[in-house]
Design a protein around this ligand. Structure first.
Ligand SMILES: Cc1cc2nc3c(=O)[nH]c(=O)nc-3n(C[C@H](O)[C@H](O)[C@H](O)COP(=O)(O)O)c2cc1C
Length: 202
């Protein structure tokens, strides 16, 4: 299904993180059902595809969202370029691995999602990131087999998140619930611009 007129296009990047992947998927699934004028296009990092498969969520993801793409390299699929030309309202990366967060915080743009985030910032397109490792200490995470694993969130990974918090254009989300608030905020702005006839139709 192609993009229609008066659609708010969102790019949702999924990295290779198992932590809160089910809750994040549920949040986006609900948003997808709630807003008729929202079109969510999904972009998986290579590890993201692997992890979704481990969690047996890949088929559900593909049947829920019309467009699901998998990273080939930093510029393919052609996401960063499309973001820079203003096709998308914003980029959401959720969940974001410690790897992806560290790269963005250091300006390394060598994967599909790190490149897209950094190119979005150059074009003043908002970037929302929900990191897995945002607070130091132990966390409990669910494994693909349902078992619970205790893991340490490293100070160094939290430092990268803190660097992102200070970057102009990036907003850090800590919970999947906050994702819905982001959509609510943007949909209001989008509806207003459509009503005023000033929205760039895609
Ligand atoms: C089942 C599974 C779950 C994982 N969960 C996480 C996670 O929650 N957080 C994290 O930082 N890395 C996690 N990893 C490791 C990342 O997938 C790995 O660092 C990968 O290189 C990240 O690449 P990406 O950032 O391009 O997606 C997980 C790996 C596997 C196999």
């Amino acid at each position: 299904m192609g993009a229609k007129k008066d659609k708010m296009l969102i790019a949702w990047g999924i990295t290779g993180a198992g932590d809160r992947i089910e809750e994040t998927f549920s949040a986006l699934e609900s948003i997808n059902q709630k807003f008729e004028e929202v079109e969510i296009r999904v972009y998986l990092s290579k590890a993201g595809e692997q992890v979704m498969r481990f969690y047996r969520m890949l088929d559900t993801l593909r049947s829920t969202f019309d467009r699901v793409y998998v990273e080939k390299n930093s510029n393919s699929p052609f996401l960063a370029g499309q973001i820079q030309t203003g096709k998308f309202e914003f980029l959401l990366i959720a969940p974001a691995t410690a790897n992806t967060v560290a790269k963005i915080s250091l300006g390394i743009a060598d994967t599909l999602l790190t490149n897209s985030a950094l190119m979005a910032l150059k074009a003043y397109i908002p970037v929302y990131i929900m990191p897995t490792d945002y607070r130091a200490g132990d966390v409990l995470t669910k494994l693909p087999n349902g078992k619970i694993l205790r893991l340490r969130v490293r100070e160094e990974d939290v430092e990268h998140v803190e660097r992102l918090r200070k970057m102009d254009g990036i907003s850090i989300l800590e919970t999947p619930e906050e994702i819905a608030e982001v959509f609510d905020k943007h949909i209001k702005k989008f509806r207003k611009s459509v009503a005023e006839g000033v929205h760039n139709q895609v």
